[in-house]
Design a protein around this ligand. Structure first.
Ligand code: FAD
Length: 396
């Protein structure tokens, strides 16, 4: 694995840095943080996310690795890694993790020409936001047991059922979703992958309020929702195999690690500047060792993410490596939140107050971070994949 960047790549990174630093300094709403809470919880945050998405789209930065005919520049994946790193470090919004991160690569591989022409340009321009309708009340880790039905009726499919935990469904324009088209087939073989307009009649979105009080997630109900047959991606009953690929796109992000790196840097600065019992926190052995360990952990996470990008650059799926990067990053985020609260003491429990250090970031993160060990595949499932595909242990 080669860690060196070319002169052109370093210049590109500088261009990203100059842009994001300026925009985030001048335009970010007060108290802006990275993550779902800032994006989905308030109108102000959502508007900032959307306006940033349009600007990134105008620059062509959302779709650089795509083929030219669909709004891309055929750029190497490594260049997109640099973009994600800088964006993550700057805590900048504007990238729809579902549209850009999951659906676009799926359509590029499996979509019809008509689907690509219709859906990819608005994603590349940052105009249309997506959500992911996979999980159901009785189908999460065991996704193939989902029961939402899609029944063919002439030129349409009629959808009935329910999804749950659908992040951002209350804001999204479109949803990519899985439904059962053939209940007679073995479980994995009867599923199909659809694109659904969230304004279609028969869709009801109900909020699921998260532990820390924000509206980020939803239940979505389908009552005779009609989807044109053109919105089936790939072949009918082959949705599971498309989904397996889409899962890997979801697990390979480096942005979160860079956001954590910045958080550690800010904690170090805070510990230099803040005194407890007459001494700077940075002299406390507990604090020093915790921060040192987290700094090591962030470097490990960074290397795991680079490995995924490097394998993907070579055209490999990186299935278990992506699982390793995901489980590592999400558990590290939890350790950082926990340590942050410990270092801040009682101040770590305060949010939306002048007494809240870091604008209450650790209070929120402490409550939201366990969910990240479940979202996009739980830590247990990630470890199962590493054991099975990476270590070639028997399948659980
Ligand atoms: C913050 C958050 C955001 C989400 N966003 C979305 C979204 O946008 N769209 C969407 O479709 N879904 C979303 N989800 C749902 C998520 O994908 C599921 O919650 C996840 O797949 C786990 O499914 P479950 O909740 O049904 O738990 P279960 O599958 O019931 O698991 C319960 C527990 O059993 C463990 N377990 C299950 N099977 C095994 C096994 N074979 N071996 C070992 N342990 C096992 C799990 O690890 C877990 O600890 C989100 C979830 C969260 C928490």
């Amino acid at each position: 694995m080669d860690f060196k960047f070319t002169e052109e790549q370093l210049a590109l990174r500088k261009e990203f840095e100059d842009f994001f630093r300026e925009v985030m300094t001048k335009e970010a709403p007060p108290g802006w943080e990275a993550g779902l809470e800032s994006t989905y919880a308030t109108e102000e945050g959502w508007n900032f996310h959307r306006s940033m998405a349009k600007r990134l789209g105008e620059k062509g930065w959302l779709s650089r690795p795509w083929p030219k005919e669909y709004g891309g520049q055929n750029a190497p994946i490594i260049e997109q890694l640099l973009f994600s790193e800088v964006r993550g470090y700057c805590r900048a919004p504007g990238v729809d993790v579902f549209g850009i991160g999951m659906l676009a690569p799926t359509l590029l591989m499996w979509g019809t020409e008509e689907q690509k022409q219709k859906h990819l340009p608005p994603i590349a321009k940052g105009e249309i936001m997506w959500c992911q309708g996979w999980s159901e009340p009785d189908a999460g880790s065991d996704l193939a047991s989902l029961t939402t039905r899609a029944v063919r009726d002439g030129d349409e499919y009629v959808i009935n059922g329910q999804k749950i935990w659908t992040s951002g469904a209350h804001k999204a324009d479109w949803c990519f979703m899985l439904a059962r088209t053939d209940p007679e087939q073995p479980r994995h073989r009867g599923l199909s992958y659809f694109l659904m307009d969230m304004k279609a009649p028969g869709i009801t979105v109900r909020p699921l309020i998260s532990l820390e009080g924000s509206h980020l997630y939803n239940e979505v109900f389908f009552d005779d929702v009609r989807i044109p047959k053109e919105n089936l991606v790939g072949e009918e009953n082959r949705g599971w195999y498309i989904t397996l690929m889409t899962m890997n796109f979801e697990r390979s992000s480096v942005g979160g690690i860079m956001e954590m790196k910045r958080t550690i840097e800010e904690m170090v600065k805070f510990c230099h500047e803040t005194k407890r019992n007459g001494e700077p926190l940075s002299k406390d052995p507990f604090v020093r060792h915790r921060l040192a360990q987290l700094a090591i952990d962030v470097e490990v996470g960074h290397a795991l993410s680079y490995r995924v990008a490097w394998l993907q650059q070579k055209g490999e799926m990186a299935a278990y490596e992506a699982s390793a990067a995901k489980v590592y990053a999400s558990e590290l985020a939890q350790r950082i939140a926990y340590t942050g609260c410990q270092i801040l003491g009682l101040y770590g429990q305060v949010k939306k107050s002048k007494w809240a250090p870091f604008a209450g970031r650790f209070e929120s993160a402490y409550q939201l971070s366990p969910g990240m060990n479940i979202a996009a595949g739980s830590s247990e499932i990630m470890r199962n994949i590493i054991a099975w595909r990476g270590l070639e242990l028997p399948r659980a």
